[in-house]
Design a protein around this ligand. Sequence first.
Ligand code: CA
Length: 231
Amino acid sequence: MAAKQILIVEDEKPIRDMIAFSLRRGGFEVREAADVGEARSSIADRRPDLVLIDWMLPDMSGLELTRAIKRDKETQDLPIIMLTARAEEQDKVMGLESGADDYVTKPFSARELLARINAVLRRASSAHLSDVIEADGLVLDAASHRVMAGEHVVPLGPTEYRLLSFFMAHPERVYSRAQLLDRVWGGNVYVEERTVDVHIRRLRKALEPYRYDRFIQTVRGAGYRFSTRSD
Ligand code: CA
């Protein structure tokens, strides 16, 4: 397995060097950023496995960077540990509310930091595992955004993917077109209910070669349901 990559965002070089040294010794690959600007381009360039963010940074606070990462759909599941010299409870709460996965107070030992990093990485990878939903051989993997029918990848458009993902997470329940619009399309008022039917048709068509189209069931007068049963 390739070494996990950690991005350190810290403006004080001696501290950054010290952390980088311990992380490398702990078996991690290390990237460094001295401010929020550098951190952002580094993350956009190649996604790290975890980011360590210092609270006090020159161009923007680490708290704001954390919020920005957690707000962005592309990066919201990126694990973050905040580093700070602030030991007060209130600050800890603020750090965690900003979306950080954990919080380490300076001064910390290399051992403590490594333990926290490993714990957060473990949590992150088990969250990915539970993102796999399976129904009678039809497998949806949220981490890779892929749907498999046995050994075949089912090609799906983004809306069909979201629709199937919603259905598989809520099986055996009937949803009206309006409810599907609200839950899958996010209540966009400019989308007509007919649109739901169009995407249901496309989804069925994509699943048809593997005979999984039967799972997408029309419930007359009520809407649609995902079910592996045929009654
Ligand atoms: Ca700093």
